[in-house]
Design a binder for this molecule. Structure first.
Ligand code: SAH
Ligand code: SF4
Length: 350
């Protein structure tokens, strides 16, 4: 790793062609390099034996092929969730999680180191903001796991931008990363395999709807009561519930894709029958899905998760209003696979 060098994954195909021309190399080499790193998962120029030796050493001098140093890894007891804490080239922490679901291999990746939004229940929020990730650093999290899965002839099937950070406060790099991973000359993962989760940055939801991509959108709603939401999620004062819902209806109208709403169930806070009715009222008529996730306990938030029975009851109320709903298993809770939990620990102890 050499932070003074340009990270190869930060470059679009055209950028790479231009850089190669400056190095006195033909532009067509760019595609060859892309195939090597994104399809054959080569992690250094030396490994790209399809290239002439001279070019390999020029690449090694000009570019960095690694932006993440794995420093800690933990797997859940059943081995179905693996979480890796990385150090970026400047030392900041970032984390990614691989989840095995039947034939799916879903990766949860980060868009920022830390987060400035400061949601009270979230370990990343409790840690504060470090910095934005570049598109290449976002891509590198996927490549790290893609390389590992390739060793057992497996591939990444889905990517959710649901790790550390608020993706819509780092909009361009996130979109660039997804576009690059989706590109047929790169990883070629289908657009519908990607999901971006946002706390509800309204102008960016509208911009995202206007992009014309097929990426999925998830909104972390958690309650439709503005006072409560503002106390949990400070940015709600700027982008209140009705504005978010309106932007989501616009997204559905523009893209014909359903929106997923994330709802962390906190005992005695947002999990009553009345809360479920109020949520159903706001979502009436929208093509959507609600994911109910019992709160993942974090050290900085003294509240408890809703019981499984009450989560089920909440779900049934939504279903009685024809709103599709799932109670999500709290996967990897014993390995602190909740958003930012591992990195927050690392920050505290280092
Ligand atoms: N910033 C984005 C994406 C990262 S957070 C967002 O907020 O959507 C990913 C998801 O984890 C969000 O739905 C967030 O609300 C949720 N989350 C964070 N901390 C949690 C906790 N302690 N328990 C349950 N869900 C949590
Ligand atoms: Fe940031 Fe999302 Fe955590 Fe809120 S829930 S602090 S927006 S990462």
């Amino acid at each position: 790793m050499d932070p003074k060098k340009e990270l190869i994954f930060d470059l679009s195909l055209t950028d790479l062609e231009d850089r190669l021309k400056l190095l006195g190399e033909p532009g067509f080499r760019a595609k060859q390099i892309w195939v090597a790193v994104y399809q054959h998962f080569r992690s250094s120029p030396e490994e790209i034996t399809t290239l002439p030796k001279g070019l390999r050493s020029k690449l090694a001098d000009a570019f960095d092929f690694q932006s993440l140093e794995p420093i800690r890894e933990i797997a859940s007891e059943d081995g179905l969730t693996i979480k890796t804490l990385f150090r970026l080239r400047d030392g900041h922490p970032v984390e990614a999680v691989l989840m095995y679901y039947e034939d799916r291999r879903t990766l949860c990746i980060s868009s920022q180191s830390g987060c400035a939004v400061g949601c009270s229940f979230c370990a990343t929020g409790q840690m504060g903001f470090k910095r934005h990730l570049t598109s290449g650093e976002i891509i590198d999290q996927v490549l790290y796991y893609a390389r590992r899965l390739a060793q057992t002839d497996e591939r990444v099937t889905n990517v959710v931008v649901m790790g550390m950070g608020e993706p819509f406060l780092n909009y361009e790099p996130v979109l660039e990363a997804l576009n690059r991973l989706n590109h047929p000359d790169a990883l070629g993962l289908g657009a519908r395999r990607f999901t971006i989760s946002t706390v509800g940055i309204v102008p960016k939801i509208i911009q995202f709807a206007d992009e014309g991509t097929q990426y999925n959108l998830a909104i972390s709603l958690h309650t439709v009561d503005d006072d409560l939401r503002s106390s949990l999620i400070p940015v709600n004062k700027k982008y209140p519930v009705d504005d978010i819902i309106r932007a989501c209806r616009y997204y559905v109208q523009k893209t014909s894709r359903r929106v997923t709403f994330e709802y962390a169930l906190i005992q005695g806070v947002n999990d009553s029958a009345a809360d479920a009715e109020a949520l159903a009222g706001k979502l009436r008529g929208m093509i959507c899905h609600v994911n109910l996730i019992p709160l993942n306990p974090t050290s900085g938030f003294a509240q408890n998760p809703t019981s499984a029975e009450q989560a089920q009851a909440f779900c049934e109320i939504l279903e009685s209003h024809n709103i599709p709903c799932t109670v999500r298993l709290r996967r990897g809770i014993e390995i602190q696979a909740g958003c930012g939990q591992l990195a927050a620990d690392f920050e505290k102890n280092s």
